[in-house]
Design a protein around this ligand. Sequence first.
Ligand code: UGA
Length: 439
Amino acid sequence: MKISIVGTGYVGLVTGTCFADTGVNVTCVDIDEKKINNLKKGIVPIYEPGLETMIKNNVEKGRLHFSTSLKESLDQAEVIFIAVGTPPGEDGSADLSYVLAVASEIGRHMTQSIVVVTKSTVPIGTSKKVRAAVKAELDKRNADIPFYVASNPEFLKEGNAIDDFLKPDRIVVGTDSEDAEKVIRRLYKPFLLNNHPILFMDIPSAELTKYAANSMLATKISFMNDIANLCELVGADVNMVRKGIGSDSRIGNKFIYPGIGYGGSCFPKDVKAIIRTANSYNYPLRLLEAVENVNEDQKKIMAAKVKNYFNNDIKGKTIALWGLSFKPNTDDMREAPSKVIIKELVEAGAKIKAYDPVAMDEAKKEVEDSITYGQDPYDVLIDADALLLLTEWPEFRIPNYKVMSKLMNHKVVFDGRNIYDMNEMNENGFDYFGIGRSQ
Ligand code: UGA
């Protein structure tokens, strides 16, 4: 089987590589020549554990190819995935111009029947536009070639993308025909072992499923952040409450960890997008509006705690940060809560020294020039008046209290992810503030 994937971002690359791994002949296409040349040399543009090795392996086996020519990739391809970006436009809505440009190009160059699958996260109704764009080009050249359209949203988590792809909880596919269903079922067969289900449905349902899933997860997080803040007021420990509710299988124990607010390229964007879609039907999604508001406030909570601790005067104080990326195992800084925290602290006159195992290069492009970066976690603690744990990278989990005590000017830790044991911190002489844990 031969397929092609357009867009070598995180979704396109992971999808293409994982399909190639099952023996499918995959061509990954991108207009960015530099990116394609680098990929041919084995240089991967994103940090995703395991991906580089897997790409190399499949390139060597001759089943994963990189190209700048969509036209050539169409030759004998049975399926083409559109996995290009949909950046927010000026008004915040997803810019579909890349997706539709690819659809038009497919229509211009296809010579045999093909299934056109949208994998990018797109607003509900986009598949219709994709179909129209392909059809318009076919009509222009009087070509009567049948084609099918499908929507196949992805549910990968950054940092765990390969595992998520290889062992999916479910695969969701919206199609317009049985023929398309047959081809896609064959393609995904290797991933359906161990009862991982593939769910076929109509196209609008598949498109909405993606937004509903991310919004539901964002809702769980904002709910727990709200409960955590209440815990602090009533003298409860959110870790206990979390375990107490999470053991009810109707609630479940995943995605109920409070923290400093959700970030990344998906939840913030997708919650906004579904609210916008609903508004266009005059149906305000009041619950999700609240989810968003709670999240915005939660990103400011750490800075407020630090200011409060220092009696609202942090001018000239040195604050050390451990972690910058929106979550561990990625260098992604998009919508990272760390950016809001840094802004608040810098505005209040604090000096910031930050360390992140992989995201510092990305951070340098996006945050205040005034902050400085360290070589390792302890480097940033020299003369620090406080330490803020912002991303729960494994290397921060077992801190060396002796070294910390020696280096820090003032012994206080603000733990934005609740990874530390409060008693242990106190026993080692540190003031400790978590999220939703009363002192
Ligand atoms: C999310 C979804 O989990 C994926 O299923 C989906 O495919 C993806 O979006 C997407 O639409 O492409 P991702 O953004 O990579 O994946 O990251 P998550 O692991 O979901 O974390 C998102 C944010 O929520 C992070 O800032 C994380 O720290 C926060 N979070 C997560 C919490 O604060 N508490 C939790 O219990 C879980």
